[in-house]
Design a protein around this ligand. Structure first.
Ligand SMILES: O=C[C@H](O)[C@H](O)[C@H](O)COP(=O)(O)O
Length: 250
């Protein structure tokens, strides 16, 4: 019972991080994604309030006998996996990742666009390890509620940067017509420090016309550990609704 309250408390904190979005929709997306986890496989556990519902459902399946090994993408997802007794492993201890389930801050939902299925991630600062695991997976399944769908990626793009590099990276972002802001912590003086000991720059570019080109430009800046543009990585998005789930396949 204690674990249930702890989970609910954590989930509430995660949910407060996101603007909008229905918990019912998130739960539907997460639970349906957990159904895709097959016996005997390696699964990547994403981060955030939507992925947390998938982790909860995988935990229940494990309690019912499902055999999986999971690779968490953050301190948060590792803690949830431990609470649910989901067996854990690491990327360097497995031959591959069968399936990764992860949330997103924005998902391009426009079949006419070359960017259909492109994502912005990193609202929780976890995108570096998320990209590592999501990109390694044979199948990357995004879980989202309808508030995440967009025709243009127009939220700020998070960059995880080496601490010494934040001013020089910020200057390079301005040269790309972006406006960088060092992410401040809410319950600590100073900046957010990621799970990897780095800092975060949230970079406003307006509506990103060519996510692939911006991703290439950001990746080439020395000191950038990882950016939050996920282009060409997602295989499917499960969009939770009040009644069920709509599936996008790319
Ligand atoms: O760094 C955080 C991750 O990229 C999350 O997956 C993303 O922020 C979505 O989180 P949520 O499902 O809470 O909106």
């Amino acid at each position: 019972m204690y674990n249930v309250f702890l989970f609910a408390d954590r989930l509430m904190n995660q949910t407060m991080k996101t603007e909008g979005g229905s918990d019912t929709a998130k739960r539907h997306a997460g639970e349906r994604a957990a159904d895709a986890v097959e016996d005997g496989t390696v699964v990547g556990l994403g981060t955030g309030s939507t992925a947390a519902y998938a982790i909860e459902a995988i935990g229940q399946a494990v309690a019912d006998g499902l055999d999986v090994r999971a690779i968490p993408t953050s301190f948060q997802s590792r803690q949830l996996a431990l609470e649910y007794d989901i067996p854990l492993t690491t990327l360097d201890a497995v031959d591959g990742v069968d399936l990764a389930i992860d949330g997103a801050d924005q998902v391009v939902d426009d079949p006419e666009s070359a960017a259909h299925g492109a994502l912005i991630k990193g609202g929780g600062g976890a995108h570096a390890r998320e990209k590592l695991v999501d990109a390694a997976a044979d199948r990357f399944l995004v879980v989202a509620d309808p508030s995440k769908l967009t025709t243009d990626l127009d939220r700020s793009v998070p960059l995880e940067v080496l601490p010494d590099a934040h001013t020089v990276v910020a200057e390079r972002v301005r040269e790309l017509d972006g406006e960088p802001t060092l992410r401040d912590a809410e319950h600590k003086d100073g900046p957010v420090v990621t799970d990897n000991g780095n800092l975060l720059l949230d970079c406003e570019f307006g509506a990103v016309a060519d996510p692939d080109a911006l991703a290439t430009a950001l990746a080439s800046i020395p000191g950038v550990v990882e950016h939050g543009l996920f282009v060409g990585l997602a295989d499917e998005t499960y969009v939770g609704t009040a009644d069920g789930v709509d599936v996008r396949t790319y």
